[in-house]
Design a protein. Structure first.
Length: 246
């Protein structure tokens, strides 16, 4: 989509590869990442405190790769993996409550082949959509430190570079929105200060004079869905907006 400032030292051989292969290599690099000692240590601890319902699970407990369609026009940006969700199943949003909402909406609007996914091997596939996150290791209390977000940013920047067809970005929640904007500015977007809220739509001019749409939403976390701050119709409205923009 855009040429970005990239941590090319992280994996110089990615440069020059075809996008799909380069994305795969990038995700291989992510899985082996150990840049955040606090998070790496925390991931090792999580399986020792499994809830009973997951006691038979062999937890993934490594950084989570992004996934989806390399030709996607829609990019979903989450905050971070859930300790008992994606961190358990090995795929972002898979097997957690936020994922139930997200996958259901993606299915309803034609971006996924199943309305939910509880395991990474259940055949769930995204179409025209790619899912990434602000950070890729589950942080304690879902609260990453600023330096951990910065450590993880080069992976997101590289994805922005490799996902050449992205037209619409949907950051889930305010932190993902703020961090997405920061990353876009680093890639050369001259974006003004934008306010967060549910259902806002912004048209941004890319450094090569094309347009990219940013659509904001509350995060489908239980904190929002169980309190009624975010309802299904509100969440589905976001994907209606996405469809209209494509
Ligand atoms: S959060 Fe990102 S940068 Fe930090 S260890 Fe995990 S993958 Fe690496």
């Amino acid at each position: 989509m855009v040429k970005s400032i990239i941590d090319s030292q992280a994996r110089p051989e990615i440069e020059g590869m075809k996008s799909e292969m380069a994305l795969e290599k990038l995700q291989d690099t992510v899985i082996r990442c150990r840049k955040c000692p606090r998070l790496v240590a925390c991931l090792q601890e999580v399986p020792a405190h499994k809830p009973k319902r997951f006691r038979d699970w062999d937890y993934w407990s490594k950084p989570l790769p992004s996934f989806g369609d390399p030709d996607a026009r829609v990019l979903i940006v989450g905050l971070a993996p859930a300790a008992q969700g994606g961190n358990r199943t090995g795929r972002m949003f898979t097997g957690d409550r936020s994922g139930e909402w997200l996958f259901n909406a993606l299915y309803k609007f034609g971006f996924a082949n199943q309305p939910n996914s509880l395991r990474s091997d259940d055949g769930f596939k995204l179409s025209d959509c790619y899912i990434t996150a602000t950070i890729r290791c589950a942080p304690p209390q879902n609260k990453p430190l600023p330096e951990e977000i910065e450590n993880c940013r080069p992976y997101f920047l590289k994805e922005l570079d490799l996902l050449e067809k992205i037209k619409v970005i949907v950051p889930l929640g305010q932190i993902a929105f703020t961090q997405t904007l920061k990353s876009l500015r680093l890639t050369g977007f001259n974006t003004p200060s934008l306010s967060f809220g549910h259902g806002k739509i912004y048209s941004l001019r890319t450094p090569n004079s094309q347009f990219l749409t940013l659509i904001t939403t509350y995060h489908p976390s239980q904190q929002n869905t169980q309190t009624g701050k975010l309802t299904r119709p509100m969440f589905h409205q976001i994907f209606e907006m996405v469809r209209k923009k494509l």
